[in-house]
Design a protein around this ligand. Sequence first.
Ligand code: F3S
Length: 391
Amino acid sequence: MHLLPEEEQVLAGEYGETRQKMMEILVALGKVFGAARLVPVRSAQVSGASYKTIGDAGIEWLSGLEARVSVPTVLNPVGMDRISWREMGIPPDFARKQEEVIAAYSRLGVRLECTCTPYYIYQTRFGEHLAWSESSAVSFANSVIGARTNREGGPGALAAAIIGKTPEYGLHLVEERRPQVHIRVEGDGPHDDIAFYGALGFLAGKLAGNRIPFFSGIRPRRDQLKALGAAMAASGAVALYHVEGITPEARIFSYDVADLEYLPVTAGEVAALWSGIPVDAVALGCPHCSPEELSVIAGLLAGKRVKIPVYVFSARKVIEASRDAVAVIEQSGARVYADTCMVVSPAMERFGTIMVNSGKAFSYVPDMCRAAVRIGTTAECIAVATGTPGA
Ligand code: F3S
């Protein structure tokens, strides 16, 4: 891999031991994946932020680093709402350790936005190179925005944040962004809810594996694209997809589609994921809710009381900008939490069955929360939570 003179100096340790270590990580990644050079990144998003996933070894590693990030960098959700952790039932020992993790990142200059939807907070543009970690954020950035990022591991994203560059391979290169499989949705179905797209993504991710799908036969809106991509990244390893007539790069590659392997998914297969099993709690906001999703949930809960715990997750800045909707949601007895999510927080582990409107949560909850899971539309989730007849 070709390095510029100042990059060689960093690698030689002339800018301190931490920057040297970080450059070693980037160079090692670049060599493994055959990168020709490093490219500057516009922002970074670092996973490995929940104490539940990084543990004491992670705190020790982070505490030994002596450098500051050189591009805007945010964290993935952590294991608790930093303000309302007691109300979430988080044990004080866990909270103390979680704050140690956060303090270690803060010392490096990482912004303490803990979210998988950094694109709601910082403007991210078509064609920008990024070093993001969380799989749904990576999928959204690549597919919906047309920015370019591989799915970075925590250390790779932090190294890119500190150096301000990442090796140019994989999805940073246009030729690596071509669709590899054509998925068409056949038959009529309830195509107008994020849960439909989450469930479709759950099935499509299993079919696509780590290949880049090109979808036809659907017209998802922005939040529905978010749900589709998040689920495919969870049930498969899809970091980029295209939707005919919708996503920004679909037109560039549409001439390739006739030659691709064709994988049909029927609306009936999507509908078969629905069940009527009784649930103990409802969790919404995987990925973190947009302002529009908070408004929809508020509209469904207005004037009602929930009969089982309902948790809604979003980025703190989005919650602060959606005060009216959040007030309506909380008047029902549901709770809106920032900084964390249903999967990385230990708070959800006390329930036997959780209902979600997310294909990603549908994929992760059984293992990560050790709970059974039911998927439904947002309206169905609220109907179940409020005991509305017919739920
Ligand atoms: Fe985000 Fe947590 Fe879901 S990180 S995508 S809310 S599992």
